[in-house]
Design a protein around this ligand. Structure first.
Ligand code: FAD
Length: 441
């Protein structure tokens, strides 16, 4: 008998319920990845993620071969490609992980139409279980994080599986060559399960509490791209962090719960990828020259510009810088969150429809923040998160000559650096508006 393991956002051998079920169901397994043009057509495919994905697929294939398997790659709309392969191989079952986006829902529906009861859908993307496993009484999802987190901690955890020790994949199945792709950003990390596991093994969780808000220290795990592509299992990370224990592990696990939280919101409300989760009416400005200065990292607000330049260079940005840059676009420049989110999705190697759109909505005040009028003061944030100015000097070379925290207010210099722009909006006016009580933070 033959089974097909359709990989999606679970590009790993360890703790992969899809692969495990496919291996249990048959004596021959076809590990399959489908490059689906419908994903490319949506605006969440981008060169940085295409390059990281190419690494992930090469790593998966390299890991499968010594076990007796290999990765089969096909192109085309996923459901049609899978159905064709099932006919070619006479596969009795097809296994896939439950996804949360509108695209994933459509794919699952199309697979079910073609395969009927041969389709088996598993957990594998989230920590607790499939989206919808943790729900409040009488509603389909939690709209506020704190009660969600309380329920999430009590929820039964699924078993963490070992990687398979052997697999058999027939030599006769045709496969397209694995893809290659050039990234847009020069400083991308290597993709793949083995790179992700190395990073996790070396990461010092004990310092997470102390360092995770310190921009210069760069002390967060940087596991987000590996989690987005499923090179690492969130369930395995939670189990492993809880075994290590301590306050760092606790804070880290809470962040992984935020990931699950946003995923369950998107799964219940797929339209929140593009529409306000809670509408505040359409009062946004759209794509002015100011938004272009924001994208280019030339707003004249050094912390904002540092974050945007880190994004362009690394395809990644520190969480605190994401908050400050997104707040600046939406609540200082009054720009619509959607073009901002789209620009992030173009570059972020961890760009994730659930995490990106719902964090953007959280910041813009249209999402799940219980204090939607909160505004982050870019200067107060700079003093707090980058007190010596090291992060700004790292990313904004025009300001490298300014000492200490004076780097956050170049306009106060007698002779401000000539090649750095003047602030887009008057910093004193921004500060005064915040003092008048629009949710100082
Ligand atoms: P760590 O601090 O080490 O956290 C560990 C993991 O927890 C992360 O890898 C991530 O999977 C999860 N996590 C942490 N914070 C959050 C959060 N606020 N929401 C959801 N999950 C979280 N994260 C993405 O993975 N993809 C995105 O596209 C994305 N876009 C964002 C856009 C904005 C405007 C903001 C404010 C945040 C966004 N985040 C996104 C969340 C967060 O910034 C990143 O997950 C984090 O910076 C990744 O770095 P890390 O792996 O070192 O995080």
């Amino acid at each position: 008998t033959v089974s097909i393991a359709l990989f999606t956002q679970d590009l790993r051998l360890h703790d992969n319920p899809v692969l495990r079920a496919a291996a249990d169901a048959a004596d021959e397994v076809v590990p399959l990845f489908v490059l689906d043009p419908d994903v490319d057509a949506a605006d969440f495919a981008a060169p940085n993620r295409a390059a990281f994905l190419a690494d992930c697929l090469a790593d998966l294939d390299a890991q499968l071969r010594p076990l007796g398997g290999r990765l089969v790659l096909r192109r085309g709309p996923a459901a049609a490609a899978v159905a064709r392969l099932a006919d070619e191989t006479g596969a009795a079952s097809v296994h896939v992980a439950a996804g949360v986006s509108a695209f994933a829902h459509r794919r699952e529906q199309a697979l079910r139409t073609r395969l009927g009861s041969r389709l088996h859908v598993h957990d594998g993307v989230l920590t607790v279980a499939v989206p919808g496993a943790v729900t409040p009484a009488g509603r389909d999802h939690y709209a506020v994080f704190t009660p969600y987190f309380r329920a999430w901690r009590q929820a039964p955890r699924r078993t963490v599986h070992r990687a398979p020790r052997a697999l058999r994949t027939s030599e006769d199945i045709a496969s397209e060559p694995l893809p290659t792709a050039a990234p847009e950003s020069p400083g991308l990390p290597p993709g793949g399960e083995r790179a992700g596991r190395r990073r996790w093994q070396r990461y010092d969780l004990d310092r997470y509490v102390e360092l995770h808000d310190d921009l210069a220290a760069d002390g967060t795990s940087r596991l987000s791209p590996y989690l987005h592509f499923g090179c690492l299992s969130a369930a395995e990370l939670v189990a492993s962090a809880e075994r290590r224990g301590g306050s760092g592990a606790e804070a880290f696990v809470r962040q992984l719960a935020w990931r699950d939280f946003h995923h369950q919101v998107l799964s219940a409300r797929p339209d929140a990828a593009h529409r306000d989760y809670r509408s505040k009416g359409d009062h946004w400005l759209r794509d002015t020259a100011e938004a272009e200065a924001w994208r280019a990292g030339r707003t004249g607000f050094p912390l904002v510009d540092a974050g945007m330049r880190q994004l362009a260079h690394e395809g990644w940005m520190h969480n605190r810088a994401r908050l400050v840059t997104a707040s600046f676009l939406t609540k200082t420049l009054y720009q619509d969150w959607r073009p901002g989110a789209r620009y992030f999705l173009r570059l972020l190697v961890d760009g994730d429809l659930a995490n990106n759109q719902l964090n953007w909505q959280w910041v813009a005040g249209t999402g799940t923040d219980t204090r939607p009028n909160r505004v982050l003061n870019p200067l107060a944030q700079a003093d707090r998160l980058d007190p010596d100015g090291t992060y700004v000097r790292r990313w904004v070379p025009e300001l490298a000559g300014l000492p200490g925290r004076s780097v956050h207010r170049p306009w106060r210099q007698d002779r401000p650096p000539a090649d750095y722009p003047a602030p887009l909006v008057d910093p004193e006016a921004v500060a005064a508006r915040l003092r008048r009580g629009r949710g100082l933070d």
